[in-house]
Design a binder for this molecule. Sequence first.
Ligand code: UT7
Length: 332
Amino acid sequence: MQKLTAAITAVGGYVPEYRLTNQVLETMVDTNDEWIRTRTGIDERRILKGEGLGSSDMAVEAIKEIFRKKNISPTDIDCVICATVTPDMVFPATANVICDKTGMTNAFSYDLGAACSGFLFALTTGTALIESGRYKKIIVVGVDKMSSIIDYSDRATCIIFGDGAGAVLLEPSDNGNGIKDSILRSDGSGRQFLHMKAGGSVKPATVDTVLAKEHYVYQEGQAVFKFAVKGMADVSYELMQRNNLTADDIAWLVPHQANLRIIDATASRMNLPKEKVMINIQKFGNTTAGTIPLCLWEWEKQLKKGDNIVLAAFGGGFTWGATLVKWAYDSN
Ligand code: UT7
C-alpha cells in the first residue's frame, strides 16, 4: 500500500470587486502606468472596501466555495490554518473568526505568519497533520487585506499590493497523489528590509507611531528583489533536483506574484517556458499569502490528475520555499 499523502481536493478563491488601476494610482502618487507595468507586471489590484470588513470576510467567501463544490458541511472540517499578515485583529486568530463565521464548529484553528510564503508554510503544516492519520479534512487558507497596511502616499509600496483570498481542502490519499515534497527556509536577519515598524510588542501603537506612519509596510524594494530572485529560483531548482524532475516533467510553476521579473527569473532557472507558468499579477497584484491559492483557483480547470506542479514563494522574514504537488483530480 502507498504511503498516506495529503491531497488538495478542492480550491476556492475570492477577490473584492473594486479595481485599483494604475491610472487611478497615477492620480494619487508620482508614478505612471508604464513604470508600474514594466517594473512589476501589474495593471490593477483588487481592494476590499466597506466598513468593518477584514481578511476573515474574504477567507469566508473562498472557503464557502469549497463547501459548495464538495457538497460538504462546515462541521466536517477538522482544522483550519490561516496564513496572513493582516489578521482581523492582533488576537484572537483570524482562523477562529473564520470558523465562527462559517460554522466550522468542530475544527481547531490557528493563524500562521510567514508573510508571502505563508500559504506554503501552512500547506506543509497541514500536510503533516493529514499524514499523521489523525485528521481527515483540513482547510488551508491564504488571505491578506494588504490595503489595510499600505500607505497610499508611498509610491514604492502602494503600486504593488492588493487584497484577496484563496483556500484549499486537504484530504488523505492513498494513490500517491498530493503534496510530495517541500523545502522551506527562513532567515530573520532579512527583517530589516521588509517589516512593519510599530504595532507589535517591541513598539506598541501610540499617537506618535501613527503620526510617523509606522503601521504601514516598510520595504527596501531593491534589497528584497535581490534576495527574492535568488531565493525563489534556488529553492525551486533544488526541489526539482532532489525529485529527479526535468522541466519536461513539470506541468506548471505556481509562483508567488510579487514581481513579474522575479517570476521570470525563477522560470528561467527551472528552464520552464512561459506557457507553463501561472501569472495573474497583472490583475491582482501582490496579495501576499493569497497569491498561490488564487492562481490554483484561476487555473483549476486546466489542471489534470497526475500533473506535477511546483509552488514557489519568497517573502518577508525572510521566508521562502517550494512545494511539489502531484495534482489529485480533474475538475469538470
Ligand atoms: O512579496 C514580498 C516580497 N517583495 C518583493 O518581492 C518585492 C521585491 N521588489 C520589487 O519588486 C521592486 O524592487 C520594486 C517593484 C518594489 C521596485 O522596483 P525597482 O526596479 O527595484 O525600483 P527601484 O526601487 O530601484 O527604483 C528605481 C527608480 C527610482 O528612481 P531613481 O532613484 O532611479 O531616480 C525610484 O525612485 O524608480 C523610482 N520609483 C518609481 N518611479 C515611478 C520607485 N517607485 C516608483 C513608482 N513610480 N511607483
